[in-house]
Design a protein around this ligand. Structure first.
Ligand code: 4NP
Length: 164
């Protein structure tokens, strides 16, 4: 008989402003790592602004992801809605503005236990931000990829510590 290990399903939402540069990378990177570990996690992303709804990720986010073996080309930008705070177990904001926008949008549903700055998983309590590469150049996308990649490793390590 097969041995079954109980692993809780996690529903995680990555949030930035445009859902074009940073959060699509965070979605793609964490999905890739969770899949490789055969974790049954649901991972999505959204933007607090509605400027790019329906668009694919920025071409430089797609490029840096692809170079790391991750295809994010089929993602479509969507806007964060207040009910997301009920649907997801954990919501990661890329920067402080995203965090406060989530608080504003969710109004009476706000739950501070569910919302965290992504980099606090890597650098606890330091409130560091993933910088917005929108007005930057290619090297900024590589920098952002690296930060998000390390933060996603930290999410998985912290999760492992919690369940063992
Ligand atoms: P993101 O970057 O929040 O990482 O997706 C941005 C994308 C678009 C805009 C701002 C930030 N914009 O102003 O259109």
């Amino acid at each position: 008989m097969a041995n079954f290990i109980y692993l809780p399903t996690m529903k995680i939402l990555m949030v930035c402003l445009g859902n074009i540069c940073r959060s699509p990378l965070a979605e793609g990177i964490l999905k890739d790592k969770a899949n490789k570990l055969q974790l049954n996690w649901q991972i999505d992303s959204a933007g607090t602004g509605g400027y790019h709804i329906g668009e694919p990720p920025h071409y430089l986010s797609q490029k840096v992801a692809k170079e790391n073996g991750i295809d994010i080309s089929s993602q479509q930008c969507r806007q964060f809605i207040k009910e997301d705070i009920l649907l997801f177990d954990k919501i990661y904001a890329m920067d402080m503005n995203n965090y406060y926008n989530i608080k504003q949008i969710t109004k009476e549903l706000w739950n501070e236990n569910k919302v965290e700055l992504l980099l606090n998983e890597l650098y606890p309590n330091q409130n560091k931000e993933v910088p917005d590469p929108w007005y930057g150049d290619e090297k900024d996308y590589y920098f952002v990829y690296d930060l998000i990649d390390k933060a996603c490793d930290a999410i998985l390590n912290n999760f492992k510590k919690e369940i063992t």
